[in-house]
Design a protein around this ligand. Sequence first.
Ligand code: ADP
Length: 432
Amino acid sequence: MRYLGWKTEITRLALLVGAAALLGSAMGLGPWLVVIATSGYALWSLYHLHQLNHWLLHGQEQEPPEATGLWGQVLDLIFQIQREDREVKARLQAMVDYLRSSFASMSDATVMLDPAGNIEWCNRAAGTLLGLRQSDDSGRLLVNLLRSPEFIRYFDAEKYDEPLEMVSPVNQQIRLLVSITFFGRRSRLLFARDVTRTHRLEQMRRDFVANVSHELRTPLTVIGGYLDTFAGQVAENPRWQRAIEQMQQQSRRMQNLVSDLMALSRLESLPSPRERERIALRPLMEMIREEALIAADGERDFQLECDDSLAVLGHEGELRSAFSNLAVNAAKYTRPGDSIWMRWYADRDHAYFEVSDSGQGIEPQHIPRLTERFYRVDPSRSSATGGTGLGLAIVKHVLLRHQAELRVHSEPGKGSTFTCVFPLAATERLAS
Ligand code: ADP
């Protein structure tokens, strides 16, 4: 099919030249008729070329000019390619229109950015939430329009695994959750969602927990105080003695719970401390070891290893509470005769505060959930150990406030290792 036009054309030319040669020799005109025939053929081809040129320049929407043979085929093929091209374009345009209209009608702000960070397109919600207008701001650098330092830091760092929560530049009352993804050749798509309601609910929850814990503290202290007084006076009646002992135990548990809840509320609501103290670890670790040994219901082989030339920078009270939670846990979840190791050391990238034990260990499925509030591997055993289920949540929050993270490694029956990993920027080498 493809070469049919070509063959027809060759045959047509051969017949024309052959007939002109025969006629020319019969009429005694020599090659003149051949010359006239080939010139006529060349003029005819030129005419078709002109028609093709004219059609390509002016009339692509119309049918191609009529032609036969090779010219007809070439024109038909061009027309067919153009038609297919138009169909593909129309399909793509329809898809782009569809995507744009769905983005445009979204309640989340959507902004498309080119690889240099200039705005290519944004929807209507970008106007209400971010103050951006497609007509005015298209082609402008986004960071010149959203000037909040936290946003600029987030945008430039290009670490978009976690979204950023920030105040809307249009209205200080609106809280936004901003997420960015790369697409194509490092173009970026930014979404901003109004999370004011969720933020307010979260704030209310925090305030509620903080207020309830605060209100419960005084009555519990009073009850605990009276129970201690009674305990000294009813020694001769064993029935009362047992009841009072249990009441004392439960009231102590509630007091621990309230103080842990208050500690968590404080960690959640207060901004990270700006002033960082330089804290030497050895005295802190020795104090924590004493606390943990008191919490343990028997003997433990408690080893301590400390890089004395390295101090940690942070809030001493918070770090002591986090480290002490880990050490007391190690004491609680081991038996007499087990070993506990507490270490402070650094390598080229990080500094580590680590508490390992040779205790009962933790099944792998529990490990990702350990830092959730009130999560316990074995609730019955944990209440016997006097735990609140809040200890590791406190550790996680304290570490977050120190740009550090908690890593847990554990094997059931062999023991556990809880490691607080600090960036070296949160430490300081001490002159020896
Ligand atoms: P709790 O007050 O119950 O100890 P935590 O938040 O401190 O609460 O710990 C959560 C759970 O993690 C504990 O209930 C316990 O099951 C488990 N856990 C923590 N530390 C250890 C450890 N060193 N060995 C074994 N299990 C542990």
